[in-house]
Structures are given as C-alpha cells and as structure tokens.
Design a protein around this ligand. Structure first.
Ligand code: MN3
Length: 247
C-alpha cells in the first residue's frame, strides 16, 4: 500500500512525533535536517554545497576524504538517481522523500536504483549538515539522552557499539520517538524513512546519523572504524542536532 505524506503525518501524529508544520522539510513527517535541494529542479537532482571547506573538519576528517566523498561518491549517487529519473519521467514530479517512503510502489525497473542511489543522495545531503567542529551538546538533547540512556557516557558507548556492529557498509542513526531516543542501524544506503528493513518499533524522527561506509574514513583511519566513530563526536554539529529536535 502506498504511503502518502498525509498517512505518514497521521501515523506520526498517532505516535506523537513532534509538531508537524507544513514546511517543505516537515511535510513528510520525517525530514529533520535535509537541506533545500532535495527535490529535483527541472527533473534533475544536483549536488548540494557543503557550506564549509573540505578542510574544515581537520584533523578529525581529512580534506581529501571530504572532497572525494562529496564530489565523487555523493555525485555518483546523484548521477545514478538522475538516470532513473530519465527512465521513469513520472518520478520528476515527486520529492525524494516521497519516493523513498514508497520504494516498494516504484516501478520495478528502477526500484533498486532509487533505494540505493536515492537513499545515498538523501543520506549524504543529511549527513553534511551534521558536521561542524567545536559545538557542544545542547540542553534539549542532553535532557533526551539522560532520560533515555541515563548519561551522555552511556549514550555514546551504545552509539559506538551499534556503529561498530554494522556489517559491511551502512549507517547508524539516533531517532527521537516522542521524547525517547533509540539507536538503529541500516544497511547500505537504506534509511529510517524506508518501509523495508526498519521495523515499526524502530520508526522515529532522525536527530543524527553517521556514515559507516569505508569511503567515509578509509584514507585516514584505514580499518580502524572505532577511531573514526570516536572522532565523529569531535565533528558532530550539536547545534544542528538541537535544531532537529524541533523539526
Ligand atoms: Mn558516504
């Protein structure tokens, strides 16, 4: 069954997930921090600007990794997504979130491309907004963390554990379930808005996520994923996380 925005908002309202304004980002009931540009312009998606320099996250994430990650990996997801749009012109009238929330309803010929590359475009657009050095965990997130995990230390430990558990490539996410935080992981470029792979009790509003693909860290950290995950705390944009709570 096709999930419409209205259905999603309705179910989100039943779950009590936030107050949903009708802004572009909130219309899906899911989007918390995706920047503008997540819908096609003239039928094509394009690479969003980072809003900061490639070396802005040094020494925790190196400039070369950021540049390749942005201009090669992210661009490649967009290119494949645009190829699918060419094959199925009806998709050009849909926003990406709408496509991803209804993956199973998309034409079979492009479904896996939409899942992997549409997911890749959304996830990376979201991820870039979450990176900034020298920010501090805000009061709202601190309160959620204390209510859900008891302490910041316990939360970080659990997040790192989940991130380390991802087999192969994927993502780890922190979701807000009406004031309770949960941590989930998704394989490949799946994300919490997709109907498959995420069980109903794992639904919620994403406050933050981390890219666990080796391309996100291999140049600097090689096989030492734990060091990358640990460094993530130094580049996590807590101001954005705090904003995401209100979206
Ligand atoms: Mn990536």
């Amino acid at each position: 069954m096709k999930t419409t925005r209205k259905d999603f908002i309705k179910s989100a309202a039943v779950l009590g997930i936030g107050s949903l304004s009708m802004s572009l980002q909130a219309k899906s009931g899911f989007i918390s921090a995706a920047p503008e540009g997540i819908k096609p312009v003239n039928g094509k998606y394009s690479l969003p600007a980072l809003g900061y320099a490639y070396n802005a996250l040094e020494p925790f994430i190196d400039a070369r990794t950021m540049e390749i990650h942005h201009t090669k990996h992210h661009q490649a997801y967009i290119n494949k997504l645009n190829e699918a749009m060419e094959k199925e012109p009806s998709l050009k009238n849909m926003e990406l979130e709408e496509i991803l929330m209804n993956i199973q309803a998309q034409p079979e010929s492009v479904r896996s491309v939409l899942r992997n590359h549409g997911g890749g475009h959304w996830n990376h657009s979201y991820f870039w907004t979450l990176l900034k050095t020298n920010t501090q965990m805000g009061p709202k997130f601190t309160k959620l963390v204390n209510n859900s995990f008891g302490s910041t230390e316990a939360f970080k430990k659990e997040f790192e554990k989940q991130a380390m558990r991802v087999f192969g490539s994927g993502w780890a996410w922190v979701l807000d379930q009406n004031g309770k935080l949960i941590i989930i992981t998704t394989p490949n470029q799946d994300n919490p808005m997709m109907e498959m792979g995420v069980s109903p009790d794992q639904k919620g509003k994403p406050l933050l996520g981390i890219d666990i693909w080796e391309h996100a860290y291999y140049l600097k950290y090689q096989n030492k994923r734990a060091d990358y995950v640990n460094a993530f705390w130094s580049v996590l944009n807590w101001d954005q996380v705090e904003q995401n709570i209100n979206k």
